[in-house]
Design a binder for this molecule. Structure first.
Ligand SMILES: [Zn+2]
Length: 259
């Protein structure tokens, strides 16, 4: 970030909370700055030019004044509001989950332009096809990668041998796939099917804008969900509440709408 007193950036709103009588304390993920907490002065007044700009899952061009404490947002121009995501419960739940993950993984004021672009692209993908499960898995895996926490999925994480088909297991806490011979002490080891491993490798290599129309079996989708959830929870060291809500919605909705 430059040393200027004022700066402009593009920013996704992750969450907000009331501050004082009429302000909002806003957590943003910015294209040029990374995660930032700032104050939108008077944003809860109906007459404010900032009102309505800082709902979660809204992207604004904002101008900010630096402050010794929290920076102050002066202007906001909404450039994307992901209406389609916000207008249905599952879409909203997926977007909130993405926001919670970003908030959990991203350190404050640490620029990661690739992570911003990943998030923007996945939200756009979900907004056009909000029932899809694959873009969300793509986000989970690449969030780990861009945070320096990518699980190993090609070799045994212990002996480094290349994995043979059907001869592999997975450990979230030990860092990824294991061969059948290696049993690191104190690690939680689980089976991973070949089909689940293939989807992970495909997601690792794919471009989010060209994700294939992959029809996963419900059991493969559940297995991948579980592997990614356990890995994310291991690194965040807490339950992700929005994921629990999303899983509740999935259980209460017909499986046929997911692909
Ligand atoms: Zn091994």
């Amino acid at each position: 970030m430059s040393s200027a007193k004022y700066y402009r950036t593009e920013a996704l709103t992750l969450k907000n909370m009331p501050l004082g009588e009429s302000d909002l304390l806003v957590t943003l993920y910015c294209k040029d700055i990374g995660k930032l907490r700032a104050v939108a002065k008077g944003a809860r007044k109906s007459t404010s030019k900032l009102v309505g700009h800082f709902e979660p899952l809204t992207i604004n061009n904002i101008s900010i004044t630096k402050s010794t404490n929290l920076d102050i947002i002066n202007q906001a121009e909404t450039i994307e509001d992901f209406d389609h995501l916000k207008s249905n419960l599952i879409g909203m739940a997926q977007g909130v989950y993405i926001n919670e993950l970003l908030d959990g993984f991203a350190p404050e004021s640490h620029s990661n332009n690739d992570l911003y672009i990943l998030t923007h692209n996945v939200l756009k993908k979900l907004a056009s096809h909000s029932q899809a499960r694959l873009p969300l898995m793509y986000f989970e895996l690449h969030l780990l990668r861009l945070s320096g926490l990518m699980p190993e999925i090609y070799h045994c994480v212990e002996c480094r041998e290349e994995l043979s088909p059907e001869c592999h297991r997975f450990s979230s806490d030990y860092g990824g796939t294991l061969c059948l011979q290696c049993k690191p002490p104190d690690s939680v080891i689980r089976n991973i099917s070949l089909s689940a491993l293939k989807v992970l490798r495909m997601l690792h290599k794919a471009n989010v804008n060209r994700l294939p129309e992959l029809k996963m079996s419900p059991s493969t989708a559940e297995e991948l969900d579980s592997i990614l959830r356990n890995t994310i929870q291991f690194w965040l060291d807490k339950e992700i509440r929005s994921k629990t809500f999303l899983e509740y919605l999935r259980r209460s909705t017909a499986d046929t709408i997911y692909s």
